[in-house]
Ligand binder design. Structure first.
Ligand SMILES: [Zn+2]
Length: 294
């Protein structure tokens, strides 16, 4: 087996752009520190709404191909070299927003067999042996079917990867020591929106989103890890988000999705440890306190 870096972080996301919005600072930091940062994106976001008018005619597989390029550009901004698509490009299609007929498409992620989809991730987990896995909470942060499914796939794969009886052909078992969910503390979100409403007249967005539009907002006491951006990692995050130009319009310190509602661009990222050590801690490093990690 080739030698792996001492620290290894695996992030599981639904669509290209989710990684930069949720974890851009974290990914840039650990990549620069020499950790192995592996991103697994479950779909190419073929059903995303496109912001630039000149690209609005692009949809379906063509949009997926375009967003794959955006994802590659974002990874260059973050310094991340290991970005993969679950089961390979195009294996799972974007399911669209909850309740749409798109959710019934047999090729969409929402309809995917859980253990088959998790099996693709088991292979990645056993190959890169991450000490930390980051994904969404059980509501996918905000109820999008692909985000919920990405959560289920990630949590199922953690269980399966540790079980020596499961798919020995996919490599030796690996028990991921720590699992974290993407979070935003409620007090931070509320303060950021208060500032944003004051800044709004100077921004290119007419209206503000609300705290309820931000995925993963929870009571402050549930936050166990805080990754604070510095000038370099905050700039890398903003640049990575800009790379997803079909999906995101950045106007620091804010951004907007296709709904054109301004929301804060968080340069500190927050996590809740849901498995492994650190659930009671106040950490500033995702790897802190994990046995055997330098
Ligand atoms: Zn998404």
């Amino acid at each position: 087996m080739t030698e792996l870096p001492a620290r290894r972080l695996l992030l599981v996301h639904a669509h290209p752009d989710d990684e930069s919005i949720n974890n851009g600072v974290t990914m840039a930091r650990y990549a620069a520190e020499g950790a192995l940062v592996t991103l697994v994106t479950c779909t190419l976001g073929e059903r995303g709404e496109v912001i630039p008018p000149e690209l609005r005619h692009v949809g379906g597989a063509a949009l997926g191909a375009h967003r794959r390029q955006e994802l590659a550009a974002a990874m260059r901004e973050l310094g991340v070299e290991d970005a993969r698509l679950l089961g390979g490009a195009g294996r799972y299609q974007d399911s669209g927003m909850m309740g749409l007929a798109d959710n019934d498409d047999p090729d969409c992620l929402w309809q995917a067999d859980l253990d088959e989809a998790a099996g693709h991730l088991v292979a990645v987990i056993r190959e890169v042996r991450p000490q930390v896995l980051v994904t969404y909470d059980d509501n996918g942060g905000y109820g999008h079917p692909d985000h919920i499914k990405a959560h289920r796939i990630a949590m199922r794969a953690v269980d399966l990867a540790a079980d020596p009886a499961v798919r020995p052909d996919l490599g030796a078992p690996w028990d991921v020591p720590r699992v974290c969910w993407n979070r935003v503390p409620r007090s931070v979100a509320e303060a950021a929106f208060a500032r944003l409403r004051e800044d709004l007249p100077g921004l290119p967005f007419a209206k503000s989103a609300t705290v309820d539009d931000v995925p993963g907002v929870v009571a402050d006491e549930r936050i166990t890890v805080r990754i604070e951006g510095d000038r370099r990692t905050a700039a890398a995050k903003a640049a990575a988000m800009r790379a997803h130009a079909t999906q995101i319009e950045v106007a620091e310190p804010c951004f907007a999705l296709s709904n054109e509602l301004a929301q804060p661009l968080f340069t500190t990222e927050y996590y809740e440890v849901v498995r492994g050590p650190g659930a009671e801690a106040d950490l500033t490093d995702l790897f802190a306190g994990i046995e055997g990690v330098a």
